[in-house]
Ligand binder design. Structure first.
Ligand code: PMP
Length: 440
């Protein structure tokens, strides 16, 4: 048979036990704990190109890519060299440096944003952009979409109850999705359904004058991959007519779907954009930017306070600059990533069909989710993704892992293909997937 021996996890188990004694759940970000798929989370020792090597010495084809940043693959020489060169000049100054200017110039040139401010994570970027929108408009409410994720700031850990949008009485009601978020904060966050332009129009009609900002994922990665409809994008643009600040959260899609992210791909014109992940080339960077008229409300230019001890860190700026320069220098790269992902999608669908496993694959550029559900009409909303068979997904994930393929450890996440993935990894993945489907 083609059932491989499961790789040893002795070292990872030992590290996980030690970690659990000193860190909540043994991890510093929840999904890493493998709670939804079971098994031992692999503790990673090193990563090169398309591969992770864990503490037991097992090599895996990596589809996490650090959840987005590693679009060039791990340990990309130009990025490593840039970090090393910056390292020799010092690791943090607490005063401005040339790297920040260079990266800001490159980001504004690639994206059309007139001003950009660097922070240290995607969470900080969205949190700061929302404060700015509130300061600029003098309004208190914000609106997000069900199943979209924008980091862990209080006001963004909010998700609508089901049926909200068809129930006029409950219009705009929302409940926190985490303990520790006061209901009073959550009450300032309205929630609408992604890809439902009528619901958005209705909510805007009713509450638009109170809303500072609409924040959205221009292509969703955090409910699994969801692609917006043209009608929904048009409704998003209409919110600007009501003086609402339109904020594209491109933390995941920025510099991934094109040099100007999903915004460039879909022809969007947001007022503000948030970035993270790729903009830091694997080091901790976030950013927000957009129209000068709004951005100039940020301190010290304007009255909206936002600061950071390590913001614009020289090592992080060097890694981001080297990454974006490489992306710009290789115009064929996005097409290559998309070709790999398209072949992967076709192969997964074909193999699942042959094995009689229900599967719906959403993909765009180098992002892909294989939903374990038969959805002939497609999956456009979180509600349509939710019925996916998470048990089947978990079993499939474990079979892949046993065959050396490290898929995203949750049904409702995107995987990320990097420039280091070649036909070799594609064939290995499909071969492993074939075996994994057969065992379900
Ligand atoms: N927005 C989006 C769209 C994201 O995907 C993420 C992280 N996955 C965030 C914001 C938060 O970024 P970070 O984890 O860097 O705080």
């Amino acid at each position: 048979t083609d059932v491989p021996l499961p790789p040893s996890t002795t070292q990872s188990e030992g590290l996980f036990a030690r970690a659990k004694a000193v860190t909540p759940g043994g991890v510093n970000s929840p999904v890493r704990a493998f709670r939804s798929v079971g098994g031992t989370p692999r503790f990673i020792r090193e990563a090169h190109g398309a591969y992770l090597t864990d503490a037991d010495g097992t090599r895996y084809v990596d589809y996490i890519g650090s959840w987005g940043p590693m679009i060039l693959g791990h340990d990309f020489p130009a990025v490593r060299n840039a970090i090393q060169a910056a390292l020799l000049r010092g690791t943090s100054f607490g005063a401005p440096g040339e790297g920040e200017v260079e990266l800001a110039e490159l980001v504004t040139r690639l994206t059309g944003a007139e001003r950009v401010r660097f922070v240290n994570s995607g969470t900080e970027a969205t949190m700061s952009a929302l404060r700015l929108a509130r300061g600029f408009t003098g309004r208190n409410f914000i609106l997000k979409f069900r199943g979209n994720y924008h980091g862990h700031a209080d006001g963004l850990l909010v998700e609508a109850g089901s049926g909200l949008l068809t129930n006029a009485d409950a219009l705009g009601a929302a409940a926190p999705s985490s303990a520790g978020v006061p209901a009073e904060y959550a009450a300032l966050t309205l929630v609408s359904e992604y890809n439902d332009p009528d619901a958005l129009d209705a909510l805007m009609q009713e509450r638009g004058h109170e809303i500072a900002a609409v924040i959205f994922e221009p292509v969703v990665g955090n409910a699994g991959v969801l692609i917006p409809t043209p009608e929904f994008l048009a409704a998003l643009h209409r919110v600007k007519d009501r003086g609402v600040v339109l904020i594209a959260d491109e933390v995941m899609t920025g510099f991934r779907l094109s040099l100007n992210g999903a915004t460039g791909l879909l022809g969007l014109q947001p007022d503000l954009t948030c970035w993270g992940k790729i903009i830091g080339g694997g080091l901790p960077v976030g950013a927000y930017g957009g129209r000068a008229e709004i951005m100039d409300f940020v301190s010290p230019q304007g009255p909206v306070y936002q600061a950071g001890t390590l913001s614009g860190n020289p090592l992080a700026m060097a890694a981001g600059l080297a990454t974006l320069r490489e992306l710009e220098a290789d115009p064929e790269l996005y097409a290559r990533l998309e070709a790999y992902t398209t072949q992967l999608a076709a192969g997964l669908k074909d193999l699942a069909a042959k094995a009689g496993v229900p599967l719906t694959v959403n993909h765009v550029g180098s992002m892909l989710t294989a939903f374990f559900v038969d959805a002939p009409g497609g999956i456009r909303t979180y509600a349509q993704a939710a019925p996916s068979d998470t048990k089947a997904f978990a079993a499939w994930f474990q079979h892949l892992l046993a065959r050396g393929i490290y898929w995203a450890p949750s049904q409702f996440e995107s995987i990320f293909v990097s420039a280091a993935h070649t036909d070799l990894e594609l064939n290995a993945t499909l071969e492993a997937a074939r075996g994994a489907y057969k065992e379900l």
